[in-house]
Unconditional design. Sequence first.
Length: 188
Amino acid sequence: MRVISISLACLFLGSVVPAAQVASRSSSSDSYSLYAFGDNIGGFPMYYSDGNAVVGNRTPPNATNVGKVSFTHDSSGPMVGNPTANTTVNGTSKPPFENQQLFVPGPDSSDHQIGFTQNATSNQVTSKFIWYGHFLLVENDGGEYTSLFYAKKTEHDDIFSLQWNITDDDDEGDFISISMRGLPPSNA
């Protein structure tokens, strides 16, 4: 298992900062989106796609409930996602999803898919998200801040399934290590 401690994350991010300076967003009223950055992934926004988290340069096709996500988060609770826009079904405008908590699979989960839930199970971590500047990290059970986000290629160009904690045994070449940030790309 690859774990990035806060000191390694600081080195990766180009600076050394004490763990005490890792901060969460200051207000739950602030709304923001998440963007994926990695090899050939230059700031793709996060989408809700039938309960799964995906990133891409366009709306994922073939999903019943889909939309770009806007989050709110306070320091002690989950990141709550809502759509940035409503969808129109039979002439009626409605949100494709509401008040969904972002989760990463827990350490005992065999599934790596990051997703959304309203009622988290014991294998869904919803309340350990931490901000380091604009970088999203997750605190593990040992108190280390980790960034184990991966994008898994899908059958659609430039649309990726968002995964957590991929090991060398899981990686068949379809995964790209990414960082998740709360700041859009400079060309947005």
